[in-house]
Write a protein that binds this ligand. Structure first.
Ligand SMILES: Cc1ncc(COP(=O)(O)O)c(C=O)c1O
Length: 439
């Protein structure tokens, strides 16, 4: 039974005076959910569930924006952190854990021969791009991905780009997933100028027509570095990430999120011939070798090796997708979970086939009321989600969809929506004609 959201809203009011944008991470801000109908502050979490400050419990399909891959407060990881905590957090010299974890990563990630740690995905991505620029002595980047990299080189091409020097925009050329012609065009127009192809090996769409193999071939032909952003796909698609799943090895990979089950850690890994550049390239930060995160990551990856983590996540995700999509079909509504069972996208379309913000807002509102916390864009599953969670989610969806039907039949979403419709964090702005002639 709901205990209301009073404390959440009180804290939200306090934060308006103290915290710009109300949060440290835009994607967690109240306005990215249905503000007014959604909890705003979390208090604690265990396994696949979290509890908000008012004491309401939810099945968590955002998993801390992706990093919580084994589950919240996962015992083996927490024990490793506590054990290390007793010995110290960060030292005046490197710590052996840097070597132990690097060995583990080289064992499990196909392209990994050397490892450089950092703290955020954006930091690792920026380090990798800097490395590629240094290796090739070129500045331009061909990019394909969902974003999420907040440092200047990518932030230049999104709507929230204030403060980012404009020249960065002229250095990024975007291409669409599965659009090999688009990538070829970029190389044709910028001969010997592209430092790297930086891409997510997959987002929600599956590669077709040997797309990834062709990308790799083009990078080789042009002496360009292929960087996979596996910050989300790493430790999700397979133990060795998308490169293992699809059998295509990049030159360099960036990892983050799931690698330490929520502790702040990221890494650039890759072939020795490329990674050696970091002997000289300035990619260095005080906290990169902080040992609680390294210990957490070591315990997390060991669990991946010892338990069928990936298998269970795929199975439960598949069950969720199948049953969820069946219910939507029965109700003849264009609502679906698409993508991969381990990284799903929630799609809600109106009768004209257009994305419906109102329908999606109402759906996630009705789900959260029933104790199911869903994100408007992406849903993650963890090793701790079990069949009971899936069943409860399905039962809740079967209920919630009836409200959506009513709203559609009455052509009146507004009266059912108890808060503001969801707002995107940013949109990708079209790079200038000069910067991106393919668009
Ligand atoms: C694909 C991808 N790359 C990079 C990042 C950046 O990671 P971080 O937020 O840790 O800087 C994100 C974050 O959402 C992401 O989804």
């Amino acid at each position: 039974m709901s205990r209301g959201l009073k404390k959440s809203f009180e804290l939200l009011e306090k934060s308006r005076k103290l915290i710009p944008s109300l949060t440290q991470t835009f994607s967690r801000a109240a306005y990215t959910f249905v503000e007014g109908a959604f909890p705003v502050y979390a208090a604690s979490a265990k396994g696949s569930h979290f509890t908000d400050v008012d004491g309401n419990e939810y099945i968590d399909y955002l998993c801390g924006l992706g990093p919580v891959i084994l589950g919240h407060a996962y015992e083996k990881v927490d024990i490793a952190i506590k054990k290390q905590l007793k010995k110290g957090i960060i030292f005046s010299l490197p710590h052996k854990l840097e070597i132990d974890l690097s060995e583990l990563l080289c064992e499990i990630i196909p392209c990994s021969e050397m490892v450089k740690f950092s703290k955020t995905g954006s930091g690792a991505a920026t380090g990798a791009v800097r490395g590629a620029r240094a290796i090739t002595k070129r500045d331009k980047i061909a990019y394909c991905g969902s974003g999420g990299v907040w440092h200047d080189w990518y932030a230049a091409i999104i709507s929230r780009n204030q403060g980012v020097p404009e020249f960065n925009r002229d250095l990024i050329y975007t291409f669409d997933y599965n659009d090999i012609d688009g990538l070829e065009y970029i190389f044709e127009k910028n001969p010997n100028e592209i430092a790297c192809v930086f891409m997510e090996p997959t987002i929600f769409e599956k590669p077709t027509n040997s797309f990834l193999q062709k990308v790799k071939k083009i990078t080789k032909q042009n002496d360009t570095i292929l960087i996979f952003d596996e910050i989300v796909t790493g430790f999700r698609l397979a133990n060795g990430g998308a490169q293992e799943y699809f059998g295509v090895e990049p030159d360099i990979t960036v990892l983050g999120k799931g690698m330490a089950n929520g502790m702040p850690l990221s890494a650039v890994v890759g072939k020795t011939e490329y990674m050696k550049i970091f002997d000289d390239v300035f990619f260095s930060t005080t906290y990169a070798g902080e040992t609680l995160s390294l210990a957490a990551s070591h315990a997390t990856i060991t669990e991946f090796k010892e338990k069928p983590v990936i298998k269970k996540m795929w199975e439960n995700g598949n069950m969720l997708i199948d049953e969820f999509n069946n219910i939507a079909k029965e109700q003849a509504l264009e609502i679906a979970l698409t993508g991969y069972p381990v990284r799903m996208r929630l799609v809600c379309k109106d009768t004209n086939g257009n994305d419906s913000i109102l329908m999606k807002s109402l759906l996630i509102q009705e789900m959260v009321k029933r104790g199911i916390f869903m994100h408007p864009g992406v849903e993650y599953i963890s090793f701790s989600h079990d069949q009971e969670d899936i069943k409860k989610t399905i039962d809740s969806f079967a209920d919630a969809i009836l409200i959506i039907k009513k709203a559609i039949n009455e052509n009146n979403f507004e009266s059912y929506l108890k808060g503001n419709p969801i707002k995107p964090v940013y949109t990708v702005i079209k790079p200038s004609e000069k910067a991106n002639p393919t668009k």
